[in-house]
Design a protein around this ligand. Structure first.
Ligand SMILES: NC(=O)c1ccc[n+]([C@@H]2O[C@H](COP(=O)([O-])OP(=O)(O)OC[C@H]3O[C@@H](n4cnc5c(N)ncnc54)[C@H](OP(=O)(O)O)[C@@H]3O)[C@@H](O)[C@H]2O)c1
Length: 504
């Protein structure tokens, strides 16, 4: 980048306006710089043309995160000018992280809760509530999905029909198999009970042809909806199709033909509104408050669960399972190395330091979560209930770091502000996974200009009770493994053996 050049917000705005006008074949004064760019209906080629012109002007590739968060020409030009300065001088990176004036900041989540009025029970309920013969599962190629498959295969005799994004059934089956293999769960004798269904949550009718959708609706006895786009960086608008509208299509499938129970995998993030900070929330608690939920992902989970509840009020048998962060298998240590916890741990190891913050390790091992979900889902009395798969005895981040140190690893705990400065000044290449998360970690949100890590300080979080869930599990042998030195050793050993973590 040529640091001698200057590039003001006005330069950027002029370039974007003239290019947009040219593409749309209108005059420059017809371009409204406060209009959401999405509303101009650019196709991806046209959008890319503007992005590459911007890239040339700025001398760097604008992060897609900025493009998501600053959807108008006015806001994006201002932010890109700040980013231009920041790229020239890292000192400015922190200052540049001003609160995004995004459409999501002003998004009325309650108004997003719209469930197609035709989605309501018409047929008789399936008689096979606790003994399903055919199950439909979304998210089968994901982390939790793999463990749900294992537990469903163990606990039922059912065939499992898995929604998979794939060109055809052969590719779909391969994806399911590869995913199970990745987590050490593939057993070829189960293959004959697993059936791919090619489709896409983000499409009407789940991307399935109407006659195939009808045939599927007739065949299946229960639905487990675990699929979602997990991305902590994208805004609501980018996640809505898969997470919100996809849930609507799943509810449509439940009502088509015979009525089928829906087991919906939700998140404790539905309680991220500031209204619940410091308060105990129980499973039966309503969650009408949404103000103060900043992450687009959490916003979609709030709206999607509201849709599920709405369907429940129309007579659809629904059960909700709210999960905290899902950690590794307590027996084998295998975990999803693309998830936020693992990326943070790896990044902090590389920095040689964790931030000294008041965080509780809000996580449950995947084997516990999947066993509990499947057990609870097969109890008729669970219908209409919500469950919290929260860890009953969470541990603090400080204790995690102390355990890691006790294993002989050299890792510091430094004041949060010092850690942030190290993130800005020392994490300067994509070798550290925190590099690509920097816009997310440093961006300031809310009227109080808080960063995402600030927002997750314990005092700003609700206290999630899981007592009713523990009571419901009391008759089973399912217990949540303690978060202790042994569990962390199991996790760390697996991460090191798999080559994900290199420890000095
Ligand atoms: N992981 C956590 O810490 C956590 C915490 C709380 C709640 N949850 C919830 O638990 C559920 C499972 O999470 P996870 O950790 O298993 O996530 P994951 O590993 O990222 O898996 C997500 C699954 O959803 C599928 N999916 C995404 N977009 C899709 C689309 N448009 N059409 C069809 N399938 C699509 C993915 O398919 P592809 O393979 O095609 O991408 C994948 O199978 C989610 O509902 C999530 O919100 C997770």
């Amino acid at each position: 980048m040529n640091l001698e050049r200057s590039c003001s917000a006005s330069d950027i705005k002029t370039l974007m306006v003239s290019n947009l006008a040219e593409i749309l074949m209108i005059s420059a004064d017809q371009v409204d710089v406060d209009e959401n760019l999405e509303n101009y209906g650019l196709d991806s080629l046209q959008a890319m043309t503007i992005v590459s012109k911007l890239e040339k002007l700025l001398g760097f590739k604008p992060s897609p995160v900025l493009l998501w968060h600053y959807p108008t020409i006015a806001s994006l030009s201002q932010r890109l000018a700040e980013e231009f300065l920041a790229q020239s001088n890292p000192e400015d990176l922190d200052k540049a992280a001003s609160p995004p004036k995004t459409s999501s900041t002003f998004l009325d989540l309650a108004a997003e809760v719209v469930l197609d009025s035709t989605i309501r029970p018409v047929g008789d309920p399936t008689p096979a509530f606790s003994n399903p013969k055919n199950i439909f599962l979304t998210g089968a190629t994901g982390y939790l999905g793999a463990f749900l498959i294992r537990e469903l295969l163990r606990a039922t005799q059912a065939n499992i029909y898995c929604l998979v994004r794939a060109a055809d059934l052969v590719e779909g089956k391969l994806k399911i198999k590869n995913n199970l293999q990745k987590y050490g769960l593939w057993d070829s004798k189960d293959s004959s009970r697993l059936f791919p269904v090619a489709g896409d949550l983000a499409q009407p009718w789940l991307g399935i042809e109407p006659e195939d959708f009808q045939a599927l609706a007739t065949r299946i006895d229960a639905i487990y909806h675990s699929g979602a786009l997990l991305n902590y960086v994208y805004p609501y608008s980018a996640l809505k199709a898969a997470n919100v509208l996809g849930t609507q299509e799943v509810l449509r499938l439940a009502c088509q033909g015979k009525l089928k129970p829906v087991h919906y995998i939700s998140s404790v993030a539905v309680f991220e509104s500031t209204a619940y900070a410091g308060k105990v929330v129980v499973e039966a608690q309503e969650f009408d408050d949404w103000q103060g939920i900043f992450l687009g992902y959490s916003q979609t989970k709030w709206v999607a669960e509201k849709l599920v509840k709405l369907a429940g009020s129309r007579g659809v048998p629904v059960t909700i399972y709210r999960l905290p962060l899902i950690s590794g298998d307590s027996e084998t240590g295998v975990s999803n190395t693309h998830d936020f916890i693992n990326l943070m741990i790896k990044g902090c190891f590389q920095m040689g330091a964790f931030p000294d913050v008041d965080y509780m390790l809000d996580m449950s091992p995947v084997d516990y979560a999947s066993k509990a979900i499947v057990y609870l889902s097969l109890q008729v009395k669970s219908i209409g209930q919500a469950f919290h798969l929260q860890h009953p005895e969470p541990a603090s981040l400080t204790s995690l770091v102390e355990w890691i140190r006790s294993f002989g690893f050299s890792i510091e705990m430094i004041p949060y502000e010092q850690w942030r400065q190290a993130l800005i000044h020392d994490v300067t290449s994509a070798d550290n996974p925190l590099y690509t998360l920097r816009p997310f970690l440093l961006e300031r949100w809310s009227d109080q200009q808080l960063t995402i890590p600030d927002l997750y300080f314990q005092a700003r979080r609700p206290i999630i009770s899981c007592q009713a869930t523990l009571d419901a599990l009391a008759g089973s042998s399912i217990a949540c493994p303690a978060i202790d030195a042994q569990l962390l050793m199991t996790y760390t050993s697996h991460l090191v053996e798999s080559g994900f973590l290199t420890l000095v």
